[in-house]
Design a protein around this ligand. Structure first.
Ligand code: AMP
Ligand code: GLY
Length: 421
């Protein structure tokens, strides 16, 4: 089978490595992929947002199955366009990808169907938003409606910060049209859990839970990033919490999307906050998380391609998705300065034997070498029977990988280890 994977980050590298475990896979193309993914797939210089280019490539190369991983092409209708061209594609159609593409849509969906989430107000007018903030409880959370590269969420701890966020989004258009409408919502507290799931619109099968580490610095300090590391499973996500999430959040979400005529087929990601009043949805993503995927897929025991095909064809069953007992830890190695300014173009050296544990993100090929080409350069994952061993093993591998200006957090998994006690 000839596969095509749209995207070019560590998540896509993890998907490709897992998909290739199926012996019927003869060829994998990554659009655009990256210089590190190139060892595992044929990278083609077609951007993830170039929907026409993606469909043309899939047709011309007789692709049997496509996986659209990033949010942008999903929201832009890549799966719709591939399906129209007769190419089965994993991922939601554009009308279902709106669950991530529009925060206002997601919040209104949750309100309409009684799915627990933070209380909120929607504004499309800066003056009204600023007036509301005069008396809103602080801290508060300001969210741009549309996609904003994961940066459209501001946790304001003072009234002034909240007002500045509104002005920057609505008057200075910091996130372009994504900030023309905003959500102002209640600040929630509690441990965060990421739960990815497969759903074909009838059945929903959660994957092993995980914990992201979003801040750049040790001890959860510094700027928000795309994610500096992950562990799975998440110790806060007990079987009792999981059952409650299934009944109060997962099943109601699938039913709500069906009722709206927006059946979701693909990977539905639940960003949850376990508050003292129970689990609440912080955000939905219409795709696999990055770097959650880099700890979840290494624990998947069953065949990923089979699960994805069943998801697309509406024949998903829970027995297709089985995880091994044990733990995984992924440490992201970034370029010093990320997520702000950083230098790139430095050669990456690593011993052959750690390569299977490495998922490349910001990497390019230059003069026969793999060099750094982005903020998040790569992720290193280790799997072990205990979380402590997975963390230790991941950092041992990190110690064997070198590039100038390498930066990584030293405490990935520390919070989870503490919670285990
Ligand atoms: P997002 O960019 O949507 O992933 O949000 C970034 C982060 O902001 C989340 O992972 C949470 O840690 C935090 N966050 C979002 N909404 C809330 C909220 N209502 N209360 C507290 N924290 C939040
Ligand atoms: N790691 C969070 C995300 O993929 O949105």
């Amino acid at each position: 089978m000839k596969l095509l994977v749209v995207g070019g980050g560590g998540r896509e590298h993890a998907l490709i490595k897992k998909l290739k475990e199926n012996p019927s896979v003869t060829e994998v193309y990554a659009l655009p992929g990256n210089g590190g993914i190139a060892a595992d797939a044929t990278c083609v210089d077609i951007g993830a947002k170039d929907i026409d280019g993606i469909v043309r490539f899939a047709r011309e190369n007789a692709i049997d199955f496509a996986v659209v991983a990033p949010d942008d092409p999903l929201v832009l209708g890549a799966v719709d366009a591939l399906a129209e061209a007769g190419i089965p594609a994993f991922g939601p159609r554009a009308n279902a990808a709106a669950i991530e593409g529009s925060k206002v849509f997601a919040k209104n969906l949750m309100k309409k169907y009684g799915i627990p989430t933070a209380r909120y107000e929607v504004f499309d007018d800066a003056a009204a938003a600023l007036a509301y903030l005069e008396s809103a409880p602080i801290p508060t959370v300001i969210k741009a409606d549309g996609l904003a590269l994961g940066k459209g969420v501001i946790i304001a701890t003072t009234r002034k910060e909240a007002q500045d966020a509104v002005r920057s989004m609505m008057e200075e258009h910091a996130f372009g049209a994504s900030g023309d409408r905003i959500v102002i919502e209640e600040y929630l507290e509690g441990p965060e859990v990421s739960v990815l799931s497969f759903t074909d619109g009838k059945t929903i099968v959660p994957m092993v839970s995980s914990m992201d580490h979003k801040r750049a610095g040790d001890g959860d300090t510094g700027l928000n990033t795309g994610g500096m590391g992950t562990v799975a499973p998440n110790p806060y996500y007990t079987p009792a919490v999981a059952e409650r999430c299934m009944q109060e959040i997962f099943l109601p979400t699938v039913r709500a999307m069906n009722a709206e005529g927006r059946t979701f087929r693909g990977c539905l990601y639940f960003g949850l906050m376990l508050t003292k009043d129970g689990p609440k949805v912080i955000e939905y993503n219409c795709r696999f998380g990055d770097p959650e995927t880099q700890v979840v897929l290494p624990l998947l025991e069953t065949d990923l391609l089979t699960v994805m095909q069943a998801t697309v064809s509406g024949t998903l069953t829970p027995d297709l998705v089985r995880f091994r007992a044990g733990h995984a830890c992924c440490v992201i190695m970034a370029s010093e300065g990320y997520p702000a300014h950083y230098e790139k173009g430095y050669p990456i050296t690593l011993p052959e034997e750690v390569l299977p544990s490495v998922y490349f993100a910001g990497a390019a090929r230059k003069d026969g070498e793999t060099v750094t080409a982005g903020g998040r350069v790569l992720g290193v994952t280790a799997v072990a029977d205990t979380l402590a061993d997975a963390v230790t093993a991941a950092y041992e591998k990190v110690g064997q990988i070198h590039f100038e200006n390498a930066y990584f957090r030293h405490d990935i998994g520390a919070r989870a280890l503490k919670a285990e006690e």
